[in-house]
Write a protein that binds this ligand. Structure first.
Ligand code: ATP
Length: 229
């Protein structure tokens, strides 16, 4: 059985419908790439998984549980860690304070974070606002890990970063895959980088799942047709 499964998800922003039938499934300990052109509904799908937006139809099953009635403040307690688009941290708290504010009991603590992102340990007493874009992204990932999730969702985690910093983020994602049992859902535009870590893939177009399979089966025809690359 899938660790996370969405079936027939529809969702709207007020009168404006954004999702018309999203299906996806992610197996435990695997990495799922959620792909689609701009504005096709990736972030909206993530909002539904994290319960920031309630679906109007369809079902979200996570770790054997129907999340239908789960409010967003309980999504973290259920084991869902989100690294949101735009890497939100508390700008006027230090790196250390940002980490502590997110902490929930489990294997991930400040010491383990330092092993994954040594740069954050060096910057522990600096205000988050003074960090570089890449360091802020590391902090956003670290904050999500501090909630000790079983599912980690990364929404455009490498967007707008310099190539060398993007490599650091991909290296961290690879380590999470290799060294933990986390399930990962990753939204990113770089198919080449995704191909190194993703086991499964789903493509959405205009709010609907149009393709879903093992990432290895993603053909040039499919990427050209749905992603324009
Ligand atoms: P991107 O890659 O550009 O972030 P996306 O695939 O994540 O795109 P969404 O952000 O989920 O796409 O947007 C899906 C649709 O929902 C779009 O038509 C968008 O305009 C609309 N939408 C997104 N957020 C809102 C909102 N807060 N209010 C109204 N419509 C919204």
């Amino acid at each position: 059985m899938s660790f996370l499964s969405l079936t027939g998800i529809q969702a709207s922003y007020g009168p404006s419908q954004a999702l018309f039938g999203v299906d996806l499934s992610l197996d435990e300990g695997k990495v799922l790439a959620l792909m689609g052109r701009n504005g096709m509904g990736k972030t909206t799908t993530i909002k539904v998984i994290c319960r920031m937006l309630a679906q109007s139809a369809g079902q979200v099953i996570f770790a054997g549980r129907d999340l239908g009635a789960t409010p967003s403040h309980k999504a973290a307690r259920a084991g869902i860690g989100l690294v949101p688009e735009g890497r939100r941290c508390f700008p006027n708290l230090t790196v250390h304070e940002n980490l502590i504010a997110a902490a929930r009991p489990g294997e991930w603590d400040v010491k383990r974070i330092a092993g994954l992102f040594p740069r954050l340990e060096e910057r522990a007493d600096q205000m988050a606002a003074s960090l570089s874009g890449g360091e802020q992204q590391m902090l956003a990932i670290a904050r999500a890990l501090m909630t000790n999730p079983t599912l980690l969702i990364l929404d455009e985690a490498t967007e707008g970063l310099a190539p060398v910093v993007r490599q650091d983020i991909w290296a961290a994602i690879s380590r999470l895959k290799a060294e933990t049992n986390l399930s990962l859902l990753v939204v990113d535009k770089s198919i080449r980088e995704l191909s190194a870590v993703a086991d499964q893939a789903v493509i959405i177009e205009r709010g609907r799942t149009v393709w879903q399979d093992d990432f290895a089966n993603l053909s040039h025809d499919v990427t050209e047709r749905y992603l324009g690359v």
